[in-house]
Design a protein around this ligand. Structure first.
Ligand code: ADP
Length: 200
């Protein structure tokens, strides 16, 4: 499916303050950290913990979290394949704007389809995007069942649930793989910081 990305007659306006100006003011570069993985694999836990630590260190951040964007920006979308594609497309564009604002953007989305993640990656320069795979088996995620969603999905109450009745396509070349099924939250955070530090 080809998507129209520019409205008819829209003319790009030159800006007076650029991303590098903002980054200079911030004292660090912006970046997109894209956490992907099954529900319950640890995306939310990690983005908020990493953000808290970055913020305490004086870094400018913003977290885009799966459930939160579905309260507004993507509140009109469901979980059909078509809606999932649109969900990630919108979030990708928002993350790109936030990157241009000079922020470290932490995105936590199941984002089950490889093509959608690749499309977001393609919106920015390679050094601006870090795909972080929260690797955790379905069994462990289901045991955790943080939001009780797996139980509902198994009972047939949630159609098209990733891992149960809708596919998850693991990243082929992520910048980082976290063993969120076995390692501690602290150990995973350490890995993120050591990869991120060379980018800022
Ligand atoms: P998701 O956002 O991917 O749906 P959550 O972050 O909401 O997942 O839930 C993950 C659960 O797994 C939390 O209860 C968290 O405390 C636990 N957990 C255990 N080990 C880790 C780890 N290494 N990284 C992230 N979460 C972990």
């Amino acid at each position: 499916m080809t998507q129209q990305t520019t409205s008819p007659n829209a003319v790009w306006q030159a800006v007076q303050v650029t991303r590098s100006d903002r980054e200079r003011l911030n004292g660090h570069r912006g970046n997109i950290l894209w956490f992907t993985g099954l529900s319950g694999s640890g995306k939310s836990t990690l983005i908020h913990a990493v953000e808290k630590q970055l913020h305490a260190a004086g870094r400018r951040t913003y977290s885009l979290d799966g459930d939160n964007v579905r309260h507004g920006l993507c509140g009109d979308l469901g979980f059909s394949n078509q809606d999932r594609v649109e969900n990630i497309r919108r979030i990708g564009e928002v993350a790109k704007l936030m990157l241009d604002a000079g922020l470290i953007v932490l995105c936590g989305f199941i984002s089950p389809f490889r093509a959608d993640r690749l499309r977001v990656r393609g919106l920015v320069a390679p050094e601006d995007f870090m795909e972080i795979y929260c690797h955790c088996s379905l069994e462990v995620c289901e045991q955790r069942d943080v939001k009780g969603l797996y139980r509902k999905a198994r009972a047939g109450l949630i159609p098209e649930f990733t891992g149960i009745s809708s596919p998850y396509e693991p990243p082929e070349y992520p910048e980082l793989v976290l063993d969120t099924g076995n390692a501690t939250v602290d150990a995973c955070m350490e890995q993120v910081f050591s990869r991120l530090s060379v980018r800022l």
